[in-house]
Ligand binder design. Sequence first.
Ligand SMILES: [Zn+2]
Length: 336
Amino acid sequence: MNVNRYARQVLFSSIQEKGQEMLAGSTVLVVGAGALGTVICNHLVRSGIGKIRLIDRDYVELSNLQRQMLFDEEDVRQALPKSVAAKQKLEKINSSITIEAIVGNATYENIKELTDGVDVVMDGTDNFSTRYLLNDICYKKGIPFSYGGVVSSRGMTAFFIPKETPCLRCIVKEGADHGQTCDTVGVISPAVDVVSSLQVTETMKYLTGNQQYLRYTLLTFDVWFNQQYDMKFKQPNPQCPACQREEFPALQAKAADQETILCGRNTVQIHEKTAIDLQQWESRLTKVATVQRTPFLLKAVVDSIDFVLFPDGRVLVQGTEDPIVARTMYDRYIGS
Ligand SMILES: [Zn+2]
């Protein structure tokens, strides 16, 4: 281990060489490589974490650069998937870290495998259905879950530990954001940084054997209108279907919604194919659309709609948030 690189961190009395070695031996799953996820990975990689598994379903666009700290204009030009662009940047920052980049969705079908060998799961998502999925797998497998959410100038974060603390379902109800999303009320990047930095801080405490310093609260704040509130964890909800009744509803197979509206993106994702051959679809769509193929995706522009096809079978329909419009366009140009 190159101690010089981490000299300032090793000097910190709660970490020292022992803590540094514990970090180097740790694996973290980061779900989402957007605003929160990029800041989280940046800190983790600089701190000398052993391994990061990073999953994201989206690709880099110009409007991301305002707050997604690992990306630049070249990533936008190349339309790189976010997890791939993030990995490239992170490896330049610290080449000794193992980074596994996955382009895709975290779902009830793959979440068990995604969390294998993981010491902490970190939330870089923008929606409660994925957060509840992460919460449920963490409580099922006994993995700590570092939750964070941000919208406008407000942030919210907590570090949940199975069998020690209540879970996300006990503390934060779905819809706690009152339907406000980055799409409707925007977001400023300092608020993102604060939330994700706090997520990483708690994770570092946990991974370096400093559990006695964990905050054990749900912290909410507004960096613009100057409010802050620390709510001590209460008792778990005795009816909680995750941490108490151990039913883990998000892990149950269900007729999963094939259409998902992506936050802040004027985009609907349709996932009903199991795979897409980009080359084949390029030649098919060239006749009706303006197409651009990269090693990771195929973009096709028809009328005012952009289709983005991924090899894992997902199609983003951009230019609408109406699932019916998206489905109509999908059926017309992609079909089953
Ligand atoms: Zn619970």
